[in-house]
Design a protein around this ligand. Structure first.
Ligand code: AMP
Ligand code: MN
Ligand code: MN
Length: 322
């Protein structure tokens, strides 16, 4: 695929969805594509575009169109095309899977190295910083409005940690430059969607850092949040964004792990690598996925089990590197 307009030609009803517990790239890419299709409905001869995502934090409400994203899945609509964005596997589509299953054609646009190519059409660029970067290359540049540029920019800054992660390339920066030329207020977008935290979010971050532990001779830092803490602070998973980034900058660590309780005996694990450890390999082993330096998975058992199951994999890789 090299142009989204050609790929959707002839479709009247289109659904867009991203992965469960959507992050900035997922929200940005879904919002950008939604606006792009909606604003060009007539030219593209589309009747209806719906976008589905699980609920997300208010910091993304600054994006035009974010309020039109649907969070319920009762609709019995049968779509001509279902477009999956930033999602590596079908199980990560959550409730939107039903629209994937009933759509006439499916398109999978992503940048995860672990992507399972589950679409009829697959466009996966593993060396792209973000799905928003991939999406930009598939859009007609002159049809990108300021609002679309804002959504794409937000996605790129979230997956690159504001252009600091190693997934940032010359191409990423060139695209960011083109988005800036659309007149976006990039300072505000970065502050409002990425750095700004509520008091509660800061408190949880502080608590997690304070209680974090070092394992494997200080080469791995582990931060955890249990259900009780989430309830105490009346926080949701979107309030935990950014904790892993702070753990990652702990001097001397090769890997940072952030674990939070999602259900009884069930934990969401985020991993970041500062060096040579391939965390995607470990996440894939436990049924998850991601990128070499940023990956995640869901694990069962007690918190102790989760940590004890993860660390031998990191240790093995660290020993190999020696
Ligand atoms: P996170 O740690 O949730 O910020 O995710 C880091 C990267 O790994 C992102 O690109 C995610 O999309 C991916 N990822 C996280 N959890 C999973 C999972 N359970 N399955 C597949 N990919 C995941
Ligand atoms: Mn994502
Ligand atoms: Mn992404």
């Amino acid at each position: 695929m090299n142009n989204i307009n050609a790929e959707i030609s002839g479709a009247k009803k289109i659904a867009i969805a991203g992965h469960i517990r959507p992050d900035g790239d997922c929200i940005g890419s879904c919002t950008a594509l939604y606006l792009y299709l909606k604003l060009n409905k007539e030219e593209l001869e589309i009747d209806k575009v719906d976008v589905y995502l699980e609920p997300f934090g208010n910091e993304f409400r600054i994006l035009a169109g974010a309020d039109e994203i649907m969070h319920t899945y009762e609709s019995e609509e049968l779509y001509d095309i279902f477009i999956s964005l930033d999602c590596g596997s079908l199980d990560r589509l959550g409730n939107a899977l039903k629209f994937y299953n009933t759509a006439k054609k499916t398109i999978n646009i992503d940048h995860h190295i672990s992507n399972q190519s589950f679409g009829k059409v697959n466009h996966v660029v593993a060396d792209a910083s973000s799905t928003c970067e991939v999406l930009f290359t598939l859009m007609d540049e002159k049809l990108i409005t300021k609002e679309i540029a804002e959504a794409l920019y937000v996605g790129i800054i979230h997956d690159t940690g504001v252009f600091k992660h190693s997934n940032t390339s010359e191409k990423t920066m060139n695209i960011a430059g083109k988005l800036i030329s659309k007149g976006i207020d990039f300072s505000e977008l970065i502050d409002e969607s990425f750095y700004s935290k509520t008091y509660i979010q800061n408190q949880i971050l502080g608590r997690c850092l304070m209680e974090s532990i070092l394992v494997l001779h200080g080469r791995v830092v582990v931060g955890t949040i249990n259900r009780k803490m989430l309830d105490f602070y009346e926080a949701s998973s979107s309030d935990l964004d950014g904790i892993i980034d702070q753990l990652r900058v702990t001097k001397g660590t090769e890997v940072a792990i952030f674990i939070y309780e999602t259900d009884l005996q069930e934990y969401k694990v985020s991993m970041r690598s500062n060096g040579e450890v391939n965390v995607s390999k470990i996440a894939v082993y436990f049924g998850g996925g991601g990128h070499i330096k940023a990956a995640g998975c869901t694990m069962k058992g007690s918190l102790h089990d989760v940590i004890n199951n993860l660390t031998p994999h990191i240790e093995a890789q660290l020993n190999e590197l020696k």
